[in-house]
Design a protein around this ligand. Structure first.
Ligand code: DCP
Ligand code: MG
Length: 362
């Protein structure tokens, strides 16, 4: 265990995109507690406090060794008073009374349970909880509740979706995607993004980005859906047509979610044997198909993690005077939109270096 005082202060950046992170989390005891606090803040609609706890957890995850005392945390960025208080209590007592209180709280437990269903977010979960519902059975037998298509699929395949997807399963899905693209358009290619691209062994879904030939991006996802339907492997699909228009970009607020053609799917993955007695399991799959010219930005945006992406945008804005999102890089000072990739852009080189050099896992 390396003593953290040996680490120079400057080694820990306040930007997640400038921190070297690994698959090894030496501070799990702290980060798991902070994640409970973050989730609780999210459930209360307190986005600021939620982000604060997530930033603190991200800094601790990036450390090369376990924190040994609260004093060591004093030199770390992004740790607010609330996070520090929790670290202190855990260092002294081995656990945090606030975190335990939250974990025993009926509202928190119910919200967490409801939000674990595909298609159910904090607002829906809260409305169910406020009606006095606490279990899935109560939700499913409550006559006044009308589930939408996504939630219906979420409950129907809840058990399957709750089991983390392995790297081997992601690879099998990639082969299914490649087979579909070969049938639809052999010039199109598919790349795994999200957590698996960052080297994670398990994920809650599998994210893919499709590189379609120029001008074909809007046709490719409906064709994949059609192909999967014809193969009887599609359990659910929500296709969102592209609303991307490059001419509008400078007038738009830079959002977290992009406007490319995308779809959220539930597909059957063939298995040798299954707990349910079937020879397949349901897996969540997300697909995005940006225009060819926008591919590098979309690939970067879908690689994650969410906090890495958020900090990359913050870094671009505050340290480089540029606006970055999944569509483009936009120069605030010269009002220049980077229509095509400017390979001499310092930021773009920096981004490539982060991706190539660091094993980015949060
Ligand atoms: N993403 C983002 N902002 C969001 C949602 C997603 O930047 N609001 C990006 C970052 C994510 C990627 O899209 O890495 C895929 O989203 P997932 O929710 O699938 O996240 P991960 O793949 O990272 O996690 P998991 O392994 O749980 O699937
Ligand atoms: Mg994912």
């Amino acid at each position: 265990c390396v003593h953290l005082s040996a680490t120079p202060e400057s080694a820990v950046s306040p930007y997640a995109c400038q921190r070297r992170t690994t698959l090894e989390n030496h501070n799990k005891i702290f980060t798991e507690a902070l994640e409970v606090l973050a989730l609780n803040s999210e459930f209360s609609g307190n986005q600021g406090s939620c982000l604060g706890f997530r930033r603190a957890a991200s800094v601790l995850k990036s450390l090369p060794a376990a924190l040994r005392s609260p004093e060591e945390a004093l030199r770390l960025p992004c740790l607010g008073d609330n996070s520090r208080a929790v670290l202190e209590e855990i260092c002294e007592c081995g656990s945090s009374s606030r975190v335990e209180e939250i974990q025993n709280d009926q509202r928190y437990r119910t919200m967490k349970l409801f939000c674990s269903v595909f298609g159910v977010g904090p607002k829906t979960a809260e409305s169910w909880f406020c009606r006095g519902l606490k279990t899935f059975e109560q939700v499913l037998t409550e006559p006044s509740i009308r589930l939408n298509r996504m939630q219906t699929a979420g409950f129907l395949f809840y058990e399957d979706i709750s089991v983390p997807v392995s790297r081997a399963e992601a690879a099998a899905l990639k082969m299914m995607m490649e087979e579909a693209l070969l049938f639809i358009n052999p010039s199109a290619t598919v790349t795994i993004t999200g957590g698996f691209r960052r080297g994670k062994e398990f994920g809650h879904d599998v994210d893919f980005i499709i590189k379609a030939p120029e001008g074909q991006e809007d046709r490719i996802l409906p064709a994949v859906i059609k192909r999967f339907k014809s193969q009887n492997v599609l359990l659910y699909s929500d296709f969102q047509k592209s609303t991307f228009d490059l001419r509008q970009l400078p007038n738009h607020r830079f959002e977290a979610m992009d406007r490319f053609s995308k779809c959220f799917l539930l597909v059957k993955l063939q298995m040798q044997e299954s707990r349910t007695g079937r020879n397949w399991r349901a897996v969540r799959v997300d697909l995005v198909a940006p225009p060819l010219e926008r591919f590098p930005y979309a690939l970067l945006g879908w690689t994650g993690s969410t906090l890495f992406e958020r900090d990359l945008r913050r870094f671009a804005r505050l340290e480089r005077g540029k606006l970055l999102d999944n569509h483009t890089l936009y120069d605030k000072t010269t009002v220049t939109l980077y229509h095509t990739l400017h390979y001499h852009s310092i930021l773009f080189y920096a981004i490539l270096l982060y991706i190539v050099q660091y094993n980015i896992v949060l």
